[in-house]
Write a protein that binds this ligand. Structure first.
Ligand code: F6P
Length: 496
């Protein structure tokens, strides 16, 4: 097989110094033209305009999806039912800034939340910890998501109760894992000798359900609101991202918002042909239709971004993992499975399948131009990291002939290269907003509502009678309307 890339021309695009190279997608100029025509004909440009204008693009819940307003640092008015939301958004920014200056002597922060109330801040805290130029206040930031008490036990064993702050983060304030964990942490504070007023002082909430937070016992001054027009998985830009500001300073948080805002402006204004989120969405659509791909991978060649694929999994699969379109009609395609982890480690795990497996898995290689530490070895190590990244993409695209079938690399395995100039708060914000806008674009192209998640509810409902049956300790449960025969047997097994 030739070592020539199987197609390479006109494939470099950039916005705010983020470069996207689609050369290894194997999409001809003619095919690209058709993709852009199709995107136009599907009304994508109108969709983008509607999204930023606060139209009710979340049609099943009859509300806008306006997370872009949360990073609208210029405060250009954003109207919902004729009222500008920016004053309320800016007030939360002021309160976050004030809180950053207020917290002194805090050793531990326990951030309690799950899904969209967890992944974004966790990713940002982790990623920015690797940036040498960012000053950290050095608090221990604990993320408590799972109902499994392993995480709870590990955190409570380390935290110092009298200098701990607790932030309960839940859009709905009804999520069982979060409320159970919050109760456990409050009980731990009390058991550790904190007085009622010390507990009240330590307890904060970030939520769109203020009455429920008050009912839980959080003082009004300690409640940071966000709104029903912010989806949970799109909420890191709100006070959900509070840990970022508290640990790294309000200016860093603002930089994070600024990067996202810059990417939004690009998405909103650039023609489709130069539009990074749109190009990325179309490349996936092409591979899905051409190769019937069922999965794709996002591989950041940066340890700092190891949490990125987990964040992306919720973003893509909760947004677009649907079988029906906006009108309830079956769709042919929706979100493929997305997975990934940091390279080059990932190469030593599942890359064998990428190169020689029977499935074609498109890949987004994400690389950072600058090294991620100021160690003396950083430049040499970073060069090796980048050469691995480039080599994998080349090997996947071009393949390799061999007389022994075992050594044949079939090639023609598509990938994108996304190159960030550096990793800092600005480019982290830009990266996340790029993917958010790409997810929204894919939803628009599939005519799927990317902003609801009805599929997560049924299991939660079924868990209630099952929990009751487990709590009964009986091992003679029989099938009923709520519990089928298989599950009844499993409950009996657990209760024996
Ligand atoms: O169960 C899924 C989900 O509703 C996600 O959409 C959301 O991010 C997560 O649970 C947490 O929800 P909340 O912020 O309301 O606690």
């Amino acid at each position: 097989m030739s070592l020539q890339p199987y197609l390479a021309s006109q494939n470099l695009h950039s916005a705010i110094d983020v470069v996207l190279d689609t050369a290894y997608q194997g999409i001809s100029d003619d095919a690209w033209k058709k993709l852009f025509t199709r995107a136009r004909q599907s009304g994508l440009e109108q969709f983008i305009e509607d999204m930023f204008a606060g139209k009710h693009i979340n049609n099943s819940e009859d509300r806008p999806a306006l997370h872009s307003a949360l990073r609208n640092l210029t405060k250009t008015p954003v109207l919902i039912n004729g009222a500008d939301v920016m004053p309320a958004v800016a007030e939360v920014w002021h309160r976050i800034e004030a809180l950053c200056n207020k917290w002194v002597g805090v050793t531990d922060v326990i951030h309690i939340g799950i899904g969209g109330s967890d992944f974004g801040p966790r990713l940002a805290i982790e990623a920015l910890a690797h940036v040498p130029s960012i000053q950290s206040r050095g608090m221990r930031m604990h993320f408590l998501a799972n109902i499994d008490t392993a995480e709870l036990a590990r955190i409570l064993a380390r935290a110092q109760p009298h200098s701990t702050r607790v932030i309960v983060v839940s859009k709905s304030f009804t999520t069982l894992e979060t409320s159970m964990n919050a109760k456990a942490v409050v009980a731990w504070l009390k058991d550790s000798g904190c007085t009622k007023s010390q507990v009240a002082h330590a307890l904060y909430a970030v939520t769109a359900n203020i009455p429920a937070a008050k009912e839980f016992g959080v003082e009004e001054n300690n409640i940071y609101p966000f709104w029903d027009w912010v989806g949970g998985r799109y909420s890191v830009w709100s006070a959900v991202g509070l840990p970022i500001a508290l640990q790294y300073g309000f200016e860093t948080f603002k930089q994070f918002l600024a990067g996202a805002e810059a990417m939004d402006l690009h998405f909103k204004n650039a023609p489709l042909e130069d539009n990074l989120p749109v190009i990325m969405a179309l490349s996936l659509l092409y591979q899905q239709e051409k190769h019937n791909i069922k999965a794709y991978a996002a591989i950041p060649y940066a340890d700092a971004l190891d949490w990125f694929p987990k964040w992306l999994q919720q973003l893509d699969m909760e947004s677009n993992g649907k079988s029906v379109d906006r009108n309830g009609n079956p769709v042919k395609h929706s979100s493929p499975v997305v997975f990934g982890s940091a390279g080059s480690n990932a190469q030593h795990s599942y890359f064998q399948l990428f190169h020689q497996g029977t499935e074609i898995i498109p890949i987004d290689f994400i690389a950072v131009r600058e090294p991620m530490s100021d160690r003396p070895e950083a430049i040499a190590h970073h060069r090796i990291l980048l050469s691995n990244c480039l080599a994998q993409a080349q090997a996947l695209a071009n393949g390799k002939a061999a007389s022994n079938p075992n050594d044949v690399y079939p090639g023609k395995r598509p990938s994108n290269l996304l190159l960030l100039p550096k990793l800092n708060a600005f480019y982290l914000g830009a990266l996340l907003a790029l993917y958010e806008n790409r997810t929204a674009t894919l939803g628009a192209l599939w005519n799927i509502n990317s902003f609801d998640q009805p599929g997560v509810e049924y299991g939660k409902v079924l868990a209630k009678p099952i929990e009751k049956a487990l709590a009964s300790h009986q091992n003679d449960i029989t099938a009923s309307t709520d519990i089928d025969a298989v599950t009844a047997t499993r409950i009996n097994l657990l209760n024996s």
